[in-house]
Write a protein that binds this ligand. Structure first.
Ligand code: BES
Ligand code: MN
Ligand code: ZN
Length: 494
């Protein structure tokens, strides 16, 4: 998607859809009023003759009259008049794109005269996110099935200022798109070493990247992470990404840890065939952390940040770990592996310990597609938040509201600890069906010393086969990237 900000009276052309925002109740103001005037009142006539009221989410597509240099006009519902928020503009612009996407129009021209540079940037941001499509492996798709809109033009008062305002948001959009691409990529292409290679390529942004292989992790005693990857022919990897943007390069960093199970068959505790292909998304936590680190680097955030990715593939094999195996973690604690499909917590146990031990971070937030039970608990639109720290938790909830990556806090009740006690080891890796997401979080908490910590269970939100949100096309969502970027921007920069 080509995006450009242009001044007044921008050319539209015969292959253009021209969009204007209309407020509720169908009041034509600003660019909409101007367009209505030059087009002889067709906007008003279209509104009067139909149900379009300017409500949020509504669009009305009409043929452009002969004296307008465009193929069609698009009325975009912007909700009640007043000062629009960045989120509302982002969403309305995304809806405009969705309405024009396959209309045959090649250019979408949004008329935003009177809007601030920041709001114009938000509109462009919304369209960037809405236009995401993972089509790398589609070689025979006919042109008429592909989106027709290839260019976005935003008509604004001050193109220079809007271009500048968009720069920061463009970096964030790239970060979300990076995470979506990683999640969408199939597991025969994106295995741990390939993931690590893609992370390594981000050094061009100023990120420092180290990769540990199995030999190094063995030396560190990461028996839990290595046990998960043991049945795979692919080498397990630990990626360590650092961004040093604070005044003091030695100041304690904020830290993010991501579950990066490139494919989760369940291992010897094999998953059923139905829907197993969705387990290519089981590295959604690692993708979100990668995206967040990209976002921080792209806007040169004044913070020190660390991202740790535990990258493995969980396969059944003659060499795979068995139910009943006992593994020793880097922390020294031992785990009885009851179910090899509860592998994410095993990966996180070692990745989190490593992070804490080496970096002594300000806080740790781990992100993981951890449990199917989180879908049962919270449904499909909320990530589960677990935390040992109310301040961090409240800040995350505020960032969640502001970014649109919705979270809901769940408890860490000590009375459920006994569900993961083991008779032969320090703990076992499953706690039974009741409170499955909670016992998973309690398990992870056993690898936190006294660091403020939050665990985000994103099994429901990393992948949306049927998205209803215009900025999030169906498929990989990039959930977590905007959330973490926002959290850092609001509280942790100097
Ligand atoms: N990767 C899955 C969780 C998952 C389920 C992610 C659905 C995305 C969509 C995880 O490794 C898993 O298999 N969890 C088990 C845990 C159980 C064995 C205690 C689960 O949720 O069934
Ligand atoms: Mn699993
Ligand atoms: Zn998994």
């Amino acid at each position: 998607m080509k995006i450009e900000f242009v001044g007044h009276a921008a050319e539209a052309g015969p292959k253009a859809a021209v969009g204007v925002f209309v407020h509720e109740p169908a009041t034509l103001t600003g660019p909409a009023a101007a367009l209505d005037a030059v087009s002889g009142g067709v906007l008003k006539r279209a509104i009067d003759g139909g149900r379009f009221t300017g409500g949020k989410g509504q669009t009305l597509d009409i043929v452009a009259p002969h004296n307008i240099d465009a193929a069609r006009l698009l009325l975009i519902g912007a909700g009640p008049a007043g000062s629009p928020t960045a989120e509302a503009v982002e969403l309305a612009a995304a809806q405009a794109y969705q309405a024009a996407k396959t209309s045959g129009a090649e250019v979408l021209l949004l008329k935003l005269a009177g809007a601030s540079a920041d709001l114009a940037a938000s509109a462009a941001f919304g369209v960037r996110l809405a236009a995401y499509r993972f089509d790398r492996y589609r070689t025979t798709e006919k042109a008429e099935k592909k989106p027709s809109v290839k260019k976005l033009r935003l008509e604004v008062d001050d193109p220079k200022a809007a271009t500048k305002a968009f720069k920061r948001l463009a970096g964030l959009a790239d970060a979300v798109i990076l995470a979506r691409d990683l999640v969408s990529e199939p597991a025969n292409i994106l295995y741990p070493e390939e993931f690590a290679r893609r992370v390594k390529a981000l050094t061009s942004l100023g990120l420092e990247v180290e990769i540990l292989g199995e030999k190094e992790m063995k030396k560190l005693g990461m028996g839990a992470l290595l046990g998960v990857g043991q049945g795979s022919v692919r080498d397990s990897q630990l990626a360590i990404i650092q961004w040093k943007g604070a005044k003091d390069p030695a100041a304690p960093p904020v830290a993010f840890v991501g579950k990066g199970v490139c494919f989760d068959t369940g291992g010897i505790s094999l998953k059923p065939a139905d829907g197993m292909e969705e387990m290519i998304t089981d590295m959604g936590g690692a993708a979100a952390v990668t995206g967040a680190m990209y976002a921080l680097a792209s806007r040169k955030a004044r913070v020190n940040a660390v991202g740790i990715l535990g990258l493995v593939e969980n396969m059944p094999d003659a060499n795979a770990q068995r139910p009943g195996d006992v593994v020793t973690t880097m922390s020294g604690q031992t785990i009885e592996v009851i179910n090899t499909d509860a592998e994410g917590r095993l990966v996180l146990a070692d990745a989190i310990w490593y992070c804490q031990d080496r970096f002594k971070p300000k806080f740790i937030i781990d992100l993981a597609t951890l449990t199917g039970a989180i879908v049962v608990a919270l449904g499909k639109d909320l990530g589960g938040l677990f935390s040992n720290n109310d301040e961090l938790s409240d800040r995350l909830l505020a960032a969640s509201k502001a970014s649109g990556d919705a979270l809901w806090r769940l408890p860490l009740p000590p009375q459920y600890e006994s569900q993961i006690d083991s008779a032969v080891a320090d703990m076992k890796n499953v706690g039974g069906r009741p409170g499955g997401s909670i016992t998973a979080a309690l398990f992870i908490q056993r690898f936190i010393k006294d660091t403020p910590w939050a665990h985000l269970d994103i099994a429901a939100t990393a992948w949306k086969p049927n998205s209803k949100v215009a900025t999030i096309p169906s498929g990989a969502t990039g959930f977590g990237v905007r959330l973490l970027d926002r959290l850092v921007a609001d509280h942790y920069e100097d």
